[in-house]
Design a protein around this ligand. Structure first.
Ligand code: ATP
Ligand code: MG
Length: 139
């Protein structure tokens, strides 16, 4: 079924100027970028986005990493977009990521792992609404 998911290209990737290489992987996987913007998050923005992780030991480091440089937020559309994007991203820890995935090819570490992708259709809808106005989505 055609779905939408939220993708974020993280600061480790914008710093290394590889956003185009990552977008090429997404497009090759059949995903279509229907909204995109480059922003720099404040601490409050990152804490709000990652609120589900606030009890995790890595939360403070994650917020500091996600505010360390620009990010590129995207809405991706395609068949089973949530699962398709998770597959092309690869496992959270690049050491476990399958060959050919974005994280296997580009991630620096379990934290600086180049991309975020929504983990369910429900969370995708919430995250898209957090990051974009409805009129910014152009399918
Ligand atoms: P994302 O939510 O970014 O798509 P994910 O769903 O694969 O990634 P989560 O478990 O939701 O992973 O963790 C969110 C993010 O927190 C990870 O992408 C990574 O940047 C960071 N993170 C996760 N686990 C660790 C850890 N053990 N140490 C440091 N950072 C971590
Ligand atoms: Mg996650």
């Amino acid at each position: 079924m055609a779905e939408r998911t939220l993708s974020i290209i993280k600061p480790d990737a914008t710093r290394r100027n590889i956003t185009g290489k990552i977008i090429a992987k997404l497009e090759e996987a059949g995903l279509r970028v229907i909204a995109q913007k480059r922003v720099k998050w404040s601490t409050a923005d990152a804490e709000a986005f990652y609120a589900v992780h606030k009890e995790r030991p890595f939360f403070a480091d994650l917020v500091s990493f996600m505010t360390s440089g620009p990010i590129v937020m995207q809405v991706l559309e395609g068949e089973d977009a949530v699962a398709c994007n998770r597959e092309v991203m690869g496992a959270t820890n690049p050491a476990d990521a399958a060959a050919g995935t974005i994280r296997a090819e580009f991630a620096e570490s379990i934290e600086a792992n180049s991309v975020h992708g929504s983990d369910s259709v429900e969370n995708a809808a919430i995250e898209i609404a957090q990051c974009f106005k409805p009129e910014e989505l152009v399918g």
